[in-house]
Design a protein around this ligand. Structure first.
Ligand code: GDP
Length: 525
C-alpha cells in the first residue's frame, strides 16, 4: 500500500465501543448495526450465539455458562464505505478491568440509555472512563416504544449526572403506544414509526414545517412534540462540533432498537460525525504517532487466555495505531527489544473468525500469543523505538482471600498466581502482617476465570473467601500506624509493598478520616 492508499484506508476506519447498563439494549442495537452491515441475516443471531450453540473449545465452558464469547468481543463490518470495528464492553458480573481497558482502544463511544430508566450505574462508571479520554460520545435513548421518561428530563439528566451537555439531534413524537415518529432536526425531516422503506421519511421545509399533508392523525401528540422542539431549539444546547469531539457535548438520538426505529438514522449520523482513527501519544515524550505513518505500531489492550487449554494459546488483542499489518511481518516488542514474527492473527467477524489479510490503523487484530505479550505492550516495525502511553490501572472494588486447597501444591499455586497477575487478570495484595493473599478485581467474573484457570492451567485448586466489595485507599507509609487497622479497614500491601486500607464502605472511610484527619488517603498509587 502506498502512502495515499494507506491514508484512504485509515480514513475509512471507525472504531468504537457501546457503553450501557445491562438490559438497556446494547445487544439489540449491535445486532441492528450488524444487520445493516450485512454481517448477519436477521436480528437475534448474536443472542443465539451467546446462548452457546457454537462452542469452539473447552475453555468456552465458562464462556458458555456466562454467555460471553471472545468472538463477540470485537465485531467488524463494512457499511457505507466505512470499515467499522465495534468493541464489546461486557456488563453484569462479566465486567472487568478488560472492560475499562477496551475503552482505551476506541476513538468514540456510543452510550445506550433505556429511556424509561435514564442513566444507570454501569453507564455512569463506563462514562467516567470515556470522558477522561476526551473522545466523542454519542447517545441513543432507547425503548421509545415503551412509556419512558420525559425526553426533556432525559437530556437534563445528562448534564446533572454526567456533567456533559446533551444536544438533541431528533425528537420523539409521542412515546409508548402513542409513538408516532421522530422529528429529525438534523436531517430536516419526519421519520414515521412503523413504516418501512423511504416512505417513512417526510421532508420538512425551511421553517421546519411539513411540506405535505401531515399523516400523523393525533394532532395533540404532534403539537406537543413541535412545542418541545421549539423549546429545545431556543433554550437547549447549541450543536458544537468542537465540544462534541472533546467529549464535552453529546449528540442525542431517540429510537427503539427492538422495532428498528431510528437506528439507521442514528448509525448514519453517528458515522458522519465520528472521527477517523486518532493519533497516539508516546510515553514520556511529546512524540505523536500519526495513523498514516507507514511504519506499523500497535498496543496490546487485552489478553484472552486459553482458547484451547491443550495448546495454552492466548490471544492478545491489539489496536493498530499506525501503518499496515500484514501477515508474517516482523515487529519489535518494545518492553524486551525482542523481534517477533506475526504469522498468526485473526480478525473478528461476528459469527466466524477469519484470518487477517491486511489491517490498518484503527483496526483491532487478535494475535496468537505463546506468552510474549503483556497488557500495555507496544509493538512496532522500523528502527525507531515506540512506546505508547501506559494503560491506566483501575482500582479493584471486590476482594477475595485466596489460598491453595492442597498445601502440597504451593509451587504451582505461586507460579499460576504470578503469571495470571502479570497478565493483568486480577490484582494481588497481601495482608500486611500475615502475607496471606488477597485478590482484587472490578468484577466477579474475574475471580471465576482466575479459579478456573488455576485449576486448568496450573492444576491447582484454590479456595476463595469473599471479603466483599471494598474501597481501596493507599496510605503514606510514613503516616501509617498498624493500630489504625481493623476488620472494617483491613490493612494490606500491594505488589510493590505499598500499604493500603480496604474500607468496608464509605462510612468506614469517613469514620477513619474524621479519626485521623492528618492521614492522607489516595485512591490511586
Ligand atoms: P443489553 O443487556 O444492553 O445487551 O440489552 P439487550 O439488547 O439484550 O436488551 C435487553 C432487553 O430489552 C431485551 O429483552 C430486548 O428485547 C429489550 N429491548 C431492547 N431494545 C428495546 C426497545 O427498543 N424496546 C423494547 N420494548 N425493548 C427493547
Amino acid at each position: 500500500m502506498d502512502k495515499n492508499e494507506l491514508k484512504q484506508e485509515v480514513n475509512k476506519r471507525r472504531t468504537f465501543a457501546i457503553i450501557s447498563h445491562p438490559d438497556a439494549g446494547k445487544t439489540t442495537i449491535t445486532e441492528q448495526m450488524l444487520y445493516f452491515g450485512g454481517v448477519i441475516r436477521s436480528a437475534g443471531t448474536v443472542k443465539a450465539k451467546k446462548s452457546g450453540q457454537f462452542a469452539t473449545s473447552d475453555w468456552m465452558e465458562i464462556e458458555k455458562k456466562r454467555g460471553i464469547s471472545v468472538t463477540s468481543s470485537v465485531m467488524q463490518f463494512h457499511y457505507r464505505n466505512k470499515d467499522i470495528n465495534i468493541l464489546d464492553t461486557p456488563g453484569h458480573e462479566d465486567f472487568s478491568e478488560d472492560t475499562y481497558r477496551t475503552l482505551m482502544a476506541v476513538d468514540a463511544a456510543v452510550m445506550v440509555i433505556d429511556s424509561a430508566k435514564g442513566i444507570e450505574p454501569q453507564t455512569k462508571k463506563l462514562f467516567k472512563v470515556v470522558k477522561k479520554r476526551g473522545i466523542p460520545i454519542f447517545t441513543f435513548m432507547n425503548k421509545l416504544d415503551r412509556d419512558g421518561r420525559d425526553p426533556l428530563d432525559l437530556i437534563a439528566e445528562l448534564e446533572e449526572l454526567l456533567n456533559i451537555e446533551g444536544c438533541a439531534m431528533n425528537w420523539p413524537i409521542g412515546m409508548g403506544k402513542e409513538l408516532k415518529g421522530l422529528y429529525d432536526m438534523r436531517n430536516n425531516r419526519l421519520e414515521l414509526y412503523r413504516k418501512d422503506g423511504d416512505d417513512r421519511f417526510l421532508p420538512l421545509n425551511d421553517e421546519g414545517k411539513l411540506a405535505e399533508h401531515n399523516p400523523i392523525e393525533d394532532e395533540s401528540v404532534y403539537d406537543q412534540a413541535l412545542g418541545e422542539v421549539e423549546l429545545v431549539k431556543e433554550a437547549g444546547n447549541q450543536f458544537d462540533r468542537d465540544k462534541i469531539m472533546a467529549g464535552n457535548q453529546t449528540p442525542v438520538f431517540f429510537g427503539s432498537a427492538l422495532t428498528n426505529f431510528g437506528v439507521e438514522t442514528f448509525l448514519n449520523s453517528f458515522l458522519d460525525m465520528a472521527p477517523a482513527p486518532a493519533a497516539h501519544k508516546e510515553q514520556d515524550s511529546d512524540e505523536i504517532v500519526q495513523p498514516d505513518d507507514p511504519e506499523f505500531s500497535a498496543f496490546v489492550f487485552k489478553i484472552q487466555a486459553n482458547m484451547n487449554p491443550n495448546h495454552r494459546d492466548r490471544i492478545a488483542f491489539v489496536r493498530i495505531c499506525s501503518g499496515e499489518f500484514e501477515r508474517g511481518i516482523d515487529v519489535t516488542l518494545q518492553r524486551t527489544g525482542k523481534v517477533l514474527r506475526l504469522n498468526n492473527a485473526t480478525e473478528f467477524m461476528s459469527d466466524q473468525r477469519e484470518t487477517v489479510k491486511t489491517a490498518v490503523a484503527g483496526d483491532i487484530v487478535g494475535l496468537y500469543d505463546t506468552g510474549n505479550f503483556q497488557i500495555g505492550d507496544t509493538i512496532y516495525t522500523g528502527k525507531k523505538s515506540v512506546q505508547f502511553e501506559d494503560l491506566p490501572q483501575f482500582t479493584p472494588e471486590m476482594f477475595m482471600e485466596v489460598q491453595a486447597k492442597n498445601v502440597m501444591k504451593q509451587k504451582s499455586f505461586h507460579k499460576g498466581m504470578q503469571q495470571l497477575v502479570q497478565e493483568g487478570a486480577v490484582q494481588l495484595y497481601k495482608k500486611y502482617t500475615t502475607n496471606d493473599y488477597i485478590l482484587g478485581a472490578v468484577g466477579q467474573l474475574q475471580f471465576e476465570v482466575f479459579q478456573f484457570r488455576m485449576k486448568n492451567e496450573y492444576n491447582c485448586d484454590v479456595v476463595m473467601n469473599p471479603i466483599g466489595s471494598r474501597i481501596a485507599r493507599w496510605v503514606d507509609p510514613e503516616q501509617l500506624d498498624q493500630s489504625m487497622s481493623s476488620t472494617r479497614n483491613m490493612l494490606v500491601k500491594d505488589l510493590d509493598d505499598k500499604p493500603l486500607f480496604l474500607f468496608e464502605n464509605r462510612f468506614a472511610e469517613n469514620w477513619f478520616v474524621s479519626k485521623y484527619p492528618d492521614v492522607k488517603l489516595s485512591s490511586k498509587l
